[in-house]
Each structure stands twice: as structure tokens, then as C-alpha cells.
Design a protein around this ligand. Structure first.
Ligand code: HEC
Length: 262
């Protein structure tokens, strides 16, 4: 993209509505051509892109968590953690609600596998759970619910979900990830189980963790639908701890927790 155009977009993003309005008053042709008229006045394409559209949050009907879990478990073997969670939840939402769930391309979140394509960042399962929560639940609940999902992932001896038709027959140990980070979660389990990344046990473990997260997401959403959802996670934001961070600083820093410049 040519430099000028890029600068204009950056400036527009920074100054938002004010700049767009000013530019429109000046009457630059391109902006006027792209502008849509709303009841509130002129709306630029950039402004429109920052909103959620009239149909958000999407309609939600309760799903059967056990079926969500089992579907997600088996989907893992084909599409891995993130897309498996959307598969488990969307399967029933498409059936119970239909549009717009039928239109969303769930493959678009397949990048979550291995904590984003094997980078070992946040496990794709809670990322996908958070996506569905974000689609179905208004902001005043969704953020708290996503905190709860991440905390559940980090604190729970995993996996909790036992598939009805497992692909691996045998016992595997559980481990506490202490983190939603894929690298730590998988690494701590591998150390506990003394199994390699390529082992059948590790695959069954990640499929079962994925199912556990899909199941828990369904429970949270159902509770919310029933008016029973209560936020459960105490959370200190970046303003309190000095930078964005998991709250259990010691699990990585030991007793020597650095302080961020204030
Ligand atoms: C998941 C592991 C993890 C957790 C949990 C964590 N940190 Fe860190 N943090 C790191 C790593 C890794 C670095 C980079 C260290 C380096 O480069 O030497 C870092 C760097 C920092 C830095 C930058 C300064 C420095 O010495 O590198 C600060 C400040 C910091 N962490 C504070 C915190 C605080 C406060 C918490 C808890 C609220 C926290 N961290 C939780 C892993 C973690």
C-alpha cells in the first residue's frame, strides 16, 4: 500500500470518529463515496468496521455439554484443539438455532492448534471457547466468563472429560497446567506421564483436554442462558500488576518477581 494511504488509515484509526468527521466535512471524494448514511449521521467504512453489527450477540440456545465434549474429542483427531472446540459447540448451535451459526466458517480458527500453529502460546481450546462466548454473550458477562474458562484450564487437574468412545484405551495421568499456555500445559503433562509429544497417550490427553474445555464452555453458556451464571475469577489487570500477566507470578519467576517500571 502506498505510504500516504497507509498514513491516513493509521491516523484515522488513532483519531477515530473526529478525524473521519472532519475529513468528511472537508469533503474528500473517496471518503464521501465510501460513507454510508445512518440515522445518527454519516458513518465511514472504518467506523462501521469497529462496530459489531445489529445482530450481535448471536442467539443462543442451550446445548448438551456431554455431546459437545464427545464431538470435540473426536474432532481433535482431525482438526486439533481450537477447531475441535468450535466443532463441538457449533454442531448443536447450528441444529438448535441455525443462522447465523450456520454461516460462520469454523475452519478460520484452526490457527489455534498447538498454541497458534505450534508456537506454544495460549492453548487453542480456550481460545475457541472464548470466541463462541464472545459471539453469544454480551461484553458485561463475556469477559468474566472467559477469565473463568482460562482459570479452569490452568487450575484443574486435566483432563477431566473421559470420552465414551476413547481412541486410546488405558489410563493416563492428570496434571495441573498452572497456565493456559500450550507449551506449559502440554510440557507439564508430558513430564508427569513421561510420554513423548508423538505418543498415543499425549494425543488422547490433548483431545480429552479439548473436550473438557468445550464441555466447560457449554456449561458456562447454559448457566448464563438460565440466568444462573456468576463470575468466579478474581482478576488484577495490567494496571495493578504492572503489565499483562497471569496472576501466579511465582510459578515462573520463583521468589524473585521483577517489578515493571511505573
Ligand atoms: C508464564 C510464566 C510467567 C508468569 C506467570 C509471569 N511471568 Fe513475568 N516474565 C516471564 C518471562 C519468561 C519473562 C522474561 C524474562 C527474561 O527475559 O529474563 C518475564 C518478564 C517479566 C518482567 C520484565 C522484567 C524482567 O525482569 O524480565 C516483569 C516486570 C514481569 N515479568 C513481572 C511479572 C509479574 C508481576 C507477574 C505476575 C503478576 C509475572 N511476571 C508472571 C514469565 C512469566
Amino acid at each position: 500500500m502506498e505510504q500516504k494511504k497507509q498514513e491516513a488509515i493509521v491516523a484515522d484509526n488513532r483519531k477515530g470518529i473526529d478525524l473521519s468527521r472532519r475529513e468528511m466535512l472537508i469533503g474528500t471524494g473517496a471518503l464521501m463515496a465510501g460513507a454510508a448514511i445512518s440515522q445518527l449521521g454519516l458513518v465511514t467504512p472504518a467506523q462501521a468496521a469497529r462496530t459489531n453489527g445489529a445482530a450481535w450477540p448471536w442467539p443462543y440456545e442451550k446445548v448438551d455439554p456431554a455431546r459437545v465434549g464427545e464431538t470435540a474429542y473426536h474432532a481433535w483427531y482431525e482438526v486439533f484443539c481450537s477447531q475441535a472446540v468450535t466443532t463441538g459447540l457449533f454442531e448443536q448451535l447450528r441444529q438448535n438455532v441455525g443462522e447465523p451459526w450456520t454461516d460462520f466458517p469454523i475452519e478460520s480458527i484452526s490457527f489455534g492448534a498447538g498454541g497458534m500453529l505450534g508456537w506454544g502460546l495460549t492453548c487453542g481450546a480456550p481460545v475457541a471457547g472464548a470466541l463462541v462466548i464472545g459471539l453469544a454473550v454480551p461484553k458485561e458477562y463475556s469477559n468474566a466468563m472467559i477469565h473463568d474458562l482460562l482459570q479452569f484450564y490452568a487450575d484443574t487437574p486435566m483432563p477431566v472429560y473421559s470420552p465414551v468412545n476413547p481412541k486410546f484405551n488405558g489410563e493416563i495421568p492428570r496434571s495441573v497446567a498452572k497456565s493456559p499456555i500450550c507449551h506449559q500445559s502440554v510440557g507439564r503433562w508430558m513430564k508427569t506421564a513421561d510420554r513423548s509429544f508423538g505418543s498415543d497417550e499425549r494425543k488422547h490427553r490433548c483431545a480429552s483436554v479439548t473436550a473438557s474445555v468445550a464441555y466447560r464452555t457449554a456449561e458456562l453458556l447454559n448457566d448464563w442462558k438460565d440466568g444462573k451464571y456468576k463470575p468466579d475469577t478474581a482478576w488484577s489487570g495490567p494496571g495493578t500488576v504492572g503489565l499483562p500477566a497471569q496472576q501466579n507470578c511465582m510459578s515462573c519467576h520463583g521468589n524473585d518477581i521483577p517489578t515493571a517500571p511505573r
